[in-house]
Design a protein around this ligand. Sequence first.
Ligand code: ADP
Ligand code: MG
Length: 696
Amino acid sequence: MSDNFNVMEQFGIDVFNENTMRQRLPKIIYKQLKQTIDEAKELDSSIADVVASAIKDWAIEKGATHFTHWFQPMTGITAEKHDSFITPIGDGTVIMEFSGKELIKGESDASSFPSGGLRATFEARGYTAWDPTSYAFVKNGSLYIPTAFYSYGGEALDKKTPLLRSMDAVSTQALRILRLFGNDTVKRVVPTVGAEQEYFLVDKKTYDKRKDLIFTGRTLFGAPAPKGQEMDDHYYGSIKARVADYMKDLDEHLWRLGITSKTKHNEVAPAQHEMAPLFAPCNLSCDQNQLTMDIMKKVALEHGLVCLLHEKPFAGINGSGKHDNWSLSTDTGKNLLDPGKSPMDNAQFLTFLAAIIKAVDEYPELLRMAVATAGNDHRLGANEAPPAIVSIFLGEDLEAVIEHLIDGTNYTTQRAMFNVGVSSLPSFPKDSTDRNRTSPFAFTGNKFEFRMCGSSLNIAGPNTVLNTIVANSLKEFADELEGCENFTEALHDLLVRTIKEHKRVIFNGNGYGNEWCEEAEKRGLPNFRSTIDAIPALTSPKSIKLFKKFGIYTEVELHARAEIHLENYSKAVNIEALTAADMARTEILPAVMKYTGEICSIAASKKAIGIEPSVELALAAKLNDLTVSLNERLEALGDAVVKAQCTEESYAKAVAYHNYVFPAMQELRAVVDELETKVDEKCWPYPTYDELLYNI
Ligand code: ADP
Ligand code: MG
């Protein structure tokens, strides 16, 4: 971007944020809109025209000619269809118009978006509705209006609608708890999220030579480079000039859009990096993360780079995740996971903490399901990312507090804790709690960090689950505590009981390795190793009941989502298999045969002058053996793909891809990667790991 970018002046310049609203809207309208936003209510249609007109004028000044309802269908990425503001007025000229109706609601053909069967039952029409709590912005000449996307019958067709529903649910239940603690002023509780985004950068010219990267986002073949990440010299290492330029440009793009990019650094793997924004309300954070991923890719291209967001672009090298930092905040700005100064605050903190522990222990399968994708299967449980077993890390300090609380001998002391003026909790220094990188769900001082999300994931999914399961715990707490005779006593009993019951999910040790798998099994914690193990949880009677209770998903919506989840998995593996087979057949096999031919002719020439070509013959024989295996494994892969493609029922199909196609691809890869180490690198048809990982 520019040479002299003034951050303070440019930050949020392309966003119709509160500041712009205040400047652009009549006072009374601004007040109404602000209230709509703060209370996450629906916009009153009587003010919509005024708001729309102000947004339009502002957008046009920023160079916009079009507007788009921007939404998040279940493809995992965002969708947009642009309409221009122009309206002909009959004399051959046009004016620029944008009505309140166009701002609030849009209609689009939903038939080409995944609906998981909802389409069959309902009309193909889909509707988009403005989410005023996520600001509109201008990008590439269009006004973007963040919206929710739903069907004619009102079923959610997107990732955002359920997220908004879950935010309402957790707010309602959290407010009940706050009221019990005597807080009558807070009007809304908002889940806050900060998503740390990992990514790889590779050179575009190198990338363009690899069909696997182009079609699947990851390398399907590739022998390890002589140097991997064993030196740990990349993490926080000095950033190369080309990457630094990219990061600077990225920051400027993000800042203009009001995305608070805060931290950037090199990650553990070579060519891997991270960007972390400041946290924001959950839905805004999700929208901004979607936008961030999009911008990361676009800016990379401008730098002759490609940004890889796949969870596992390179075998043997750490994959990329996204840490979803999550907390609950009141509209008055208090973080409910911040242990307070007074004993009453501490009791409230412990109540929310207990609710979360209970939620995670009761619904680990939903958290696991929410992060299950073909790409993330390469990470979870693979000694680099958290294990596939969901557990909670509290850190020593907090664990001691909890032990103390449930320890009968300290009963009276602990009870005294809730009486104002007696003992209080220690504050939890952030650093002492953040050491355990192997935990999937770690308390880090004043928030939880859910670390199982894959780097390309739309975090609306896991946050919908988190909000809902915590709402469920809070509801049960409130149901029990409201109307009890002695609040302090009832609360104490509830907390002790809850923690005792759900303590098994707390694990502060090393999450890697078999010991934990065995220990977790003893504790009865589930271990869903792959996506196909994880998805059925979505439609279990237990989940249906939970989601229905809070109006997050109907049963129909859940089945539709499970269907799409499975379809996405099968499609991803299918594309990988076809790409691998294509590369092996049309690039690798010919290259190997050609090279074998060269070796054989050298052998023949040597023999002709009486030299024994022992090395050449041995190499040619080895190459020939590997070529035979390669051919066999290609056939086996082809058979497995056909079998999977012919399987009708969606779960059985996904299982076929997982159980037969995926292993067949791995088998093929093993031979190809061995061949790579034996063939002259000048003959190898595509760039190797050395070139991909070390040439920026
Ligand atoms: P690290 O995990 O590397 O130690 P930080 O402590 O800087 O990282 O925070 C990681 C992320 O957590 C950031 O995006 C930050 O904004 C976010 N975060 C901090 N406080 C909260 C909160 N109360 N709610 C949600 N996210 C938060
Ligand atoms: Mg982190």
